[in-house]
Ligand binder design. Sequence first.
Ligand code: AKB
Length: 318
Amino acid sequence: MKNILVIGAGGQIGTELVPHLQRLYGEDHVVAADVKPETCHSLRAMAITEQFDALDINIYAQIVKKYRIDSIFNLVALLSATGEKIPQLAWEINMGALLNSLEIAKENGCALFTPSSIGAFGHSTPHQQTPQDTVMRPGTIYGVCKVAGELLSDYYFTRFGVDTRSVRFPGIISNGALPGGGTTDYAVEIFYQAIKNKRFTCPLPADSYLDMLYMPDALNACSQLMEADPAKLIHRNSFNVTAMSFCPSDLYDDMIKRIPEFTMDYQINPVMREIAASWPDSMDDSCARNEWGWNPVWDRQMMVDDMLQAIRIKLSVK
Ligand code: AKB
């Protein structure tokens, strides 16, 4: 049985990945960690929790030894839009947590999952059916960290034999913890605003196509890849994964079919527009499908219905 540590567990992915891993491996085999005391307070209600800063390698290593950890999910990251406000700090946090995770994984024989992102691509990448192996020249500090992280993770695998694996996540849509500081966050916020206020102001242009995944598929991507037969993996860091590609006006059309009084206007955020324009419109994820059986379940219409239902319950709105 695995002993798993999730660092950065208090964010959008972590708060759902922890219970997902608990269901697969047992509650006693998953440790949630975050730097923020208030986040750890709520994590404690669902999991064994440790509060520490992943940039402090000594404390990080002590925790790995204390729980005999053999698998680490490193979710520590400042996202794309936040990163552009504080690029130096984004580099320090994103790369610092990764480098410490790689070193600790090397010293303790741990497998390591660190998500990459569509943010690893840039303007010069082919935007339609973006191939697995292609030009990667991102224009954001977040993307620079993701490309560097992919390379560093592959380096630790080939040079030191560390079992590093990763996916390039698109925007992740979920109804648990809110995302924060990403360019794709609009695709979550729109649901809350549609239910609460029947209106939404979108920061991205109407025709800004981006890949997206619904959270249940994102969680399966993490666990399936980490369980995959290593002999079948030609790639490691990182695999394109996607389930749908849409733009704000597509989502608006879906919404007014279900909430006829819903209205949406646009107040374009120039930084987010530029970031979104540099990212793929749609990715080719055939390598993930062929090498470890990636097969997402949730399409856009199923996701929209489920999001509306879940958020209505969450907000106690009929
Ligand atoms: C972001 O928008 O920054 C993230 C991502 C696609 O990596 N959601």
